[in-house]
Ligand binder design. Structure first.
Ligand SMILES: C[S@@+](CC[C@H](N)C(=O)[O-])C[C@H]1O[C@@H](n2cnc3c(N)ncnc32)[C@H](O)[C@@H]1O
Length: 257
């Protein structure tokens, strides 16, 4: 049964913080940082749209790690995936994602949102195998990036898309940082988190059976995207089988070492 406008407004208000500006049947979610409307638009153009436009999501099983309110899972559905599973450690995000999917009339059999920690969750219960895994905005919020990629590789039969803040250094290295657990965008377990350099992301992906390419960002508006502009964040497209030749054009990766 669809929700009335008043019910949607009430459901939106139940959540103190929205990471995205969704249009839920004409009601906009109040995005916490307004300049991030552009950030999410640019990120989508940068690493998601080329895959979607090439038809890569069609009929595929997708896993979205650190799914938050389901923004990327919804893009996967719009790009024609057969099924998407979203995992997030925070109950409020899972509730937001379920609301977003309900209001968007996504058939219930097409998705699952599960509250789980990506490290302790039972991989077998998530519905493997997955053709495409989205690891967006998550890798630098964990302290076991290699273990995360190991777990991903176990359930992923082809593509892994990583979008991560990085330590801007040409060497393959990881820097240890601390971040607050009470920020809902950040780590869900340890305050200690590991920030990999682009080369370290590449090396960890290769060690787990992927070919890995760093995508240079070419945004048409850098508002809210200064980290991408300054070399502090990249997307990495990792593949076990698909060549993805031509999908991202002839752009060259930034220097690694
Ligand atoms: C910065 S947000 C990224 C959201 C979205 N993937 C994106 O790229 O726009 C990170 C998300 O990962 C979740 N998260 C952090 N650590 C996690 C963990 N160990 N297991 C599951 N989810 C986690 C947070 O709750 C948050 O929703």
């Amino acid at each position: 049964m669809s929700l009335s406008k008043e019910e949607i407004e009430r459901e939106i208000r139940r959540h103190p913080r929205w990471h995205y500006q969704f249009d839920l049947a004409g009601v906009r979610t109040p995005i916490h940082q307004p300049e991030w409307v552009n950030r999410h638009r640019q990120r989508k153009r940068y690493f998601f749209d080329p895959l979607a436009e090439a038809g890569v999501f069609e009929g595929k099983r997708v896993l979205d790690l650190g799914c938050n309110a389901g923004f990327w899972a919804l893009q996967a559905v719009r790009a024609g995936c057969a099924h998407v599973v979203g995992i997030d450690a925070r109950a409020s995000h899972i509730e937001q994602a379920k609301l977003v999917f309900r209001v968007n009339d996504v058939p219930e059999g097409k998705y699952r949102f599960i509250r789980d920690n990506v490290f302790t969750g039972d991989l077998g219960s998530w519905g493997e195998p997955f053709d495409i895994v989205l690891c967006l905005g998550l890798l630098y919020h964990v302290c076991k990036p290699m273990e995360l990629l190991e777990r991903v590789s176990r359930v992923n039969r082809d593509l892994l898309l990583i979008d991560s803040t990085v330590h801007n250094d040409p060497r393959s290295m990881i820097v240890l940082r601390h971040e607050p657990l009470d920020d809902p965008r950040m780590s869900a377990d340890y305050q200690l988190v590991f920030l990999p350099s682009p080369a370290a992301v590449h090396d960890m992906a290769v060690a787990n059976g992927y070919a890995c390419r760093t995508l240079p960002p070419a945004f048409d508006d850098w508002e809210g995207c200064e980290d991408f502009r300054d070399g502090d964040r990249y997307a990495f497209v990792c593949s076990k089988h698909s060549s993805l030749a031509g999908v991202y054009g002839d752009t060259t990766a930034p220097p690694r070492r």
